[in-house]
Ligand binder design. Structure first.
Ligand code: PHE
Length: 487
């Protein structure tokens, strides 16, 4: 509509001098006209010159009086034509602001006699203010006096009106040509591509905001931990086998076969393939015998060790299964000290709640060298955790079948204002290390913790299901900063 009007008008006329007038005369919306002018200008159908005018618009108060009458007239009309009304009575009839302004203006105009009683001094009044306001509202210009009255009473404010004057541009045509945006197969087949005019690419157009590519908080904390281990000179262990035999997950760790953790209530056993194909036979013999009757200074557990139990495949319940394989491999070569770490997934048949999942990630670190002591373990833990920003540590005696002594690790959490358990640690037992064939004076200090725990603390997440699993809160992952400054 607006486009036809503008191009049509310019066919026979030189100039549209004022887009505002042009729109008003034709009953067009000025905003539509402006948009069309901008678009036609972009394609150089028209030339356009800005015009600006200072105009006045009504404030909210001005709009109210334009509709309801000025306060002084409202007040005047509330005073009876004959006799008088008490000031209190009058006040009750009017809006508080109308009463206040009305009193002062009607008094100034000498329309009413103000005292305890209020009475009219004139018979009729004209609502000049309302008339002026309606005038402005209808887009008409005002005399200077009128403007200063309304401005002083804050009933109008200035506004810059923007429009255009428009003339023919270099590409002027009475009708806009359709430009092609795409070259189609049909264009090629028909050969009309030769005549087609193509729309230019707009290289300044803003693209869609890039979505995706968010790092999961677990990945970010894992990277941070991995860097810490590498800085401390640790090597990463291969953790790419989720399926493990009970032998490496439990037996090699001197965990007795009737231990409750080996129950299907706690561990996921595999149905297919349900058993492992091979185990190192001579080592199996030594493990069997240390469980049954001990050795290396130990009495063993004194039970009938069953090979079938050791053969059962499971989803590894801890990455200590990986540590046991690595230590066994180490024992096969001339001894050299090692520092190993891993961060990967483990599985437990747990009831899922806000702090537990059936699969989670475990961080595992171990140092293997001659003559290590519990003091070394405590020192390494202080070094490791202080690099994570946890420098206040406490230890509590604990029990693991494969470590002696064992210690739970607690850290003081400044934010929560309390000690929180962050991991488990210990020195691997001789019953585990000596059957592997490690030299007698070799000690292994080790610790483990979940990756989820520090991540939840660092990111202030209180439900593990928001972090990991099928109910994960994608919004939370997107909102997370790319990096955190400090801990
Ligand atoms: N494997 C232990 C766990 O599952 C962690 C641990 C690792 C404890 C090494 C002591 C030594 O919690």
């Amino acid at each position: 509509m607006a486009e036809e009007a503008i191009l049509g008008y310019l066919e026979n006329n030189e100039l549209i001098s004022d887009s505002g007038k042009f729109a008003a005369e034709r009953g067009l919306d000025h905003n539509d006209v402006v948009n069309v002018i901008k678009s036609l200008h972009g394609f150089r159908y028209v030339d356009a010159q800005d015009i600006k005018r200072e105009t006045w618009v009504l404030t909210d108060e001005g709009k109210k009086y334009a509709a309801e009458g000025s306060p002084e007239v409202q007040l005047f009309l509330a005073v009876p034509a004959e006799g008088s009304i008490s000031k209190d009575e009058l006040q009750k009839k009017l809006d508080p602001s109308v009463f206040k302004i009305g009193c002062s203006q009607a008094g100034k105009n000498k329309w009413v006699e103000m005292g305890k009683q209020v009475s009219r001094k004139v018979q009729n009044v004209e609502d000049k203010v309302k008339d002026l306001l309606l005038h402005v509202q209808n887009g008409h210009a005002l005399e200077k006096d009128g403007i200063s009255t309304l401005k002083a009473r804050k009933l109008i404010v200035p506004q810059t009106w923007k429009g255009y004057s428009v003339s023919k541009g270099p590409n002027y045509a009475p009708k806009r040509k359709k430009v092609a945006t795409d070259l189609t197969r049909e264009n090629l087949q028909r050969g009309d591509w030769k005549e087609l005019e193509f729309k230019d690419y707009n290289f300044n157009a803003k693209g869609q905001p890039a979505e995706g590519g968010h790092l999961h908080p677990l990945l970010k904390v894992r990277k941070q931990l991995k860097d810490i281990f590498l800085q401390m000179g640790f090597e990463e262990m291969p953790t790419n086998n989720f399926v493990e035999s009970s032998f490496w997950n439990f037996d090699a760790l001197f965990q007795p076969q009737q231990h409750p953790a080996r129950d299907s209530h706690d561990t996921f056993f595999l149905e297919e393939p349900s058993t492992t194909r091979e185990l190192p036979e001579d080592y199996v013999e030594r493990v069997k015998s240390v469980h049954e009757s001990g050795g290396y200074g130990s009495r063993g557990y004194g039970y009938d060790w069953k090979r079938e139990e050791a053969n059962k495949n499971l989803l590894r319940t801890h990455t200590t299964a990986v540590s046991s394989r690595m230590l066994k491999a180490l024992a096969e070569k001339p001894f050299a000290p090692k520092k190993y770490f891993s961060i990967d997934r483990v599985f437990r048949n747990e009831a899922v709640d806000r702090t537990h999942l059936a699969e989670f990630h475990q961080i595992e670190g171990l140092v293997c060298d001659r003559g290590l002591t519990l003091g070394d373990l405590i020192g390494v833990l202080h070094d490791f955790f202080s690099r994570l920003g946890m420098s206040k540590l406490r230890f509590k005696p604990a029990y693991n079948p494969y470590t002696e002594p064992s210690m739970e690790i607690f850290s003081y959490h400044e934010g929560l204002g309390k000690w929180v358990e962050i991991g488990n640690s210990g020195m691997f037992r001789p019953e585990m290390l000596l059957p592997m064939g490690l030299p007698e004076d070799v000690r292994v200090i080790a610790w483990g913790l979940s990756l989820e725990r520090p991540t939840m603390i660092l990111y202030g997440i209180d439900n593990i299901r928001d972090l990991f699993g099928h109910k994960v809160d994608l919004g939370l992952i997107k909102r997370n900063p790319i990096c955190r400054i400090g801990i």
